[in-house]
Write a protein that binds this ligand. Structure first.
Ligand SMILES: Cc1cc2nc3c(=O)[nH]c(=O)nc-3n(C[C@H](O)[C@H](O)[C@H](O)COP(=O)(O)OP(=O)(O)OC[C@H]3O[C@@H](n4cnc5c(N)ncnc54)[C@H](O)[C@@H]3O)c2cc1C
Length: 505
């Protein structure tokens, strides 16, 4: 048995993916016989973006045992309660996709069924009034959940972070090196494979050094040095349904207190992000090269940045999709090497995190059982497809037809899985969370409702509450949410009190 044990793990790449997996493995693999080496090339560098996250990152931080205030300070981070989507359903309209729930379930049903019923008698009612995260985001307020309450929205505040990508990788690197991960600087110029099995045996650096391994984790970014350039795994292209294929990113000076949310503003052939950190604002324009040139994209980005730019524009090209086998032979690809889904819902870092969890669950021996690999690939593909569908919804559920790009999106062919979800919601407001997918009913509701999909009716059992009772409950929920909002400190004052970054460094 001991001959079959994986002893040398080689991680290729030191971007967010490489250092996240290094940190995760160094924390979880409690076996002194297993060596973890990470090879990265400063000359090649990292993609340099990837600054907004979703709340699941808190599980990773807890798993690593991080001190959150220290983490926030060292990555110049801010807190994030959701994403504001501007101009997606219609020009001039906006909504927030919050990380927390609207209202509370009643009579065993999700709140939105009752709200749809209530709106028939109170057409001015806004569902936002029942979600503390939405209200706090709009007012620039933030606090962590307060567990001293029994039944209060303050107890269940769910949040993520917006951080500096390079500082995050540095933070993860320090964590990993302190737990025994060996870092090797150098550019890999050659890869050796076993002539019989095709498994990767070793990699050679520019200076001639050779590093052998049993298990290789390809975190080399879009190039997919091992998974694609060496193993020719193949790529499933989803760009017909998510047609943006370029981005240009640029940081700007902050012009005020950081908002506790990310903004995604739809533009004529894509969308622009705004991610406020303690130190600066990250901006980027994601666009479709078929409808917009690089020069036009930069011009449009510059026009909509609200502070003076403080970095040169960083142009990036990508193709949305996934490797046909994210795990092939003894190579597991993670991060951009595994696939790409645009950052509209800030999901890429999360997908790295879940891949690390799956890798631990499927941790192989040198036999590399095919059933193990197949299971890993099947679950990874499913997870990517679920996120893909959610992203497509934002483009497809639109009334915009003002540019050829939006005409395309509104009329494009979408996956049957997404068609079925939209039909269910339209028919009777039903939403389901499948297979423990990342986005639950609240998220699907937020985007469908925010982008103008109206259900014909709601769950029939929402009629079981007498009208007066429904009115009273809705009034009470609204009042409790407002009272909670009043108690919350501003985002800036919360940061100042607990986790202000040292911006002199
Ligand atoms: C426009 C855009 C915006 C994004 N925004 C978000 C966001 O808001 N939220 C989010 O979660 N994700 C976002 N992402 C995704 C996120 O940036 C990535 O998932 C994350 O940075 C991981 O990148 P990576 O580590 O896989 O690749 P990279 O950062 O490209 O790192 C690759 C590493 O491989 C090394 N390498 C490559 N070739 C060699 C070689 N031959 N020899 C040695 N080393 C080598 C490089 O030096 C580098 O260290 C965004 C992506 C893009 C393109």
């Amino acid at each position: 048995m001991s001959d079959l044990k994986i002893k040398d793990i080689v991680i290729v790449g030191g971007g967010t993916a490489g250092w996240m997996v290094a940190a995760g493995l160094s924390r979880l693999v409690n076996d002194k016989d297993i060596n973890i080496r990470l090879i990265e090339s400063e000359a090649i560098g990292t993609v340099g973006v990837g600054e907004a996250t979703i709340p699941h990152i808190n599980y990773y931080n807890r798993l690593l045992g991080l001190d959150e205030n220290d983490f926030v300070k060292k990555t110049n981070a801010t807190f994030k309660l959701g994403i504001e989507f501007v101009n997606w359903g219609k020009l001039g309209e906006s909504y927030i996709h919050p990380f927390g729930d609207y209202g509370i379930p009643m009579e065993g049903l999700r709140f939105h069924h009752f709200w749809h019923r209530f709106k028939q008698t109170d057409p001015q009612s806004s569902v936002d009034d029942y979600c503390l995260q939405v209200l706090a985001a709009k007012e620039g307020k933030f606090q962590r959940p307060d567990m001293s309450y029994k039944n209060s929205p303050l107890k269940s505040i769910t949040y993520a972070f917006q951080f500096d990508a390079s500082l995050y990788a540095k933070f993860m690197r320090e964590f990993s090196e302190a737990r025994g991960v060996t870092r090797t600087e150098g550019k890999i110029t050659d890869v050796q494979q076993d002539p019989e099995t095709g498994h990767v045996k070793s990699v050679t650096l520019e200076n001639g050094d050779i590093y052998a391994g049993d298990l290789f984790i390809d975190c080399s970014g879009f190039r997919g040095l091992l998974i694609e350039q060496t193993l020719k795994t193949g790529y499933e292209d989803w760009s017909a349904m998510l047609p943006c294929d370029r981005a240009v990113a640029r940081a700007s000076q902050s012009t005020g207190a950081p908002s506790p949310y990310t903004r995604a503003t739809a533009k004529s052939a894509g969308w622009q992000w705004r991610i406020p950190l303690q130190s600066r604002v990250g901006n980027g324009h994601v666009y479709c090269s078929e409808y917009m040139s690089d020069d036009e994209a930069l011009e449009s980005l510059n026009a909509d940045i609200d502070g003076p730019p403080i970095s040169d524009p960083n142009f990036l090209r990508f193709k949305t999709g996934i490797r046909k086998k994210p795990w092939n032979k003894n190579v597991i690809s993670l991060g951009l090497a595994a696939g790409f889904l645009e950052p509209l819902e800030s999901t890429s870092i999360h997908l790295i995190q879940t891949a690390v969890a799956r890798l631990m669950a499927s941790f192989p021996d040198k036999n590399f059982a095919q059933s193990n690999i197949d299971y890993y690939n099947e679950r990874t593909l499913l997870e990517y497809e679920q996120v893909r569908d959610f992203l497509i919804l934002h483009y497809y559920a639109t009334e915009r037809e003002d540019t050829p790009f939006w005409q395309y999106c509104k009329n494009m062919e979408i996956p049957d899985t997404l068609k079925a979800r939209i039909a269910l919601y339209k028919d009777n407001a039903r939403l389901y969370r499948h297979d423990n997918e990342i986005f639950g009913e609240t998220s699907w509701f937020a985007v469908m409702h925010g982008q103008g999909i109206l259900p014909k009716t709601y769950h029939p059992l929402a009629n079981s509450l007498p009208e007066n009772e429904l009115k009273a409950r809705m009034a009470q929920l609204k009042q409790v949410t407002e009272a909670c909002l009043d108690q919350m400190p501003t985002h800036q004052s919360f940061i100042d009190e607990f986790c202000k970054a040292n911006l002199q460094n």
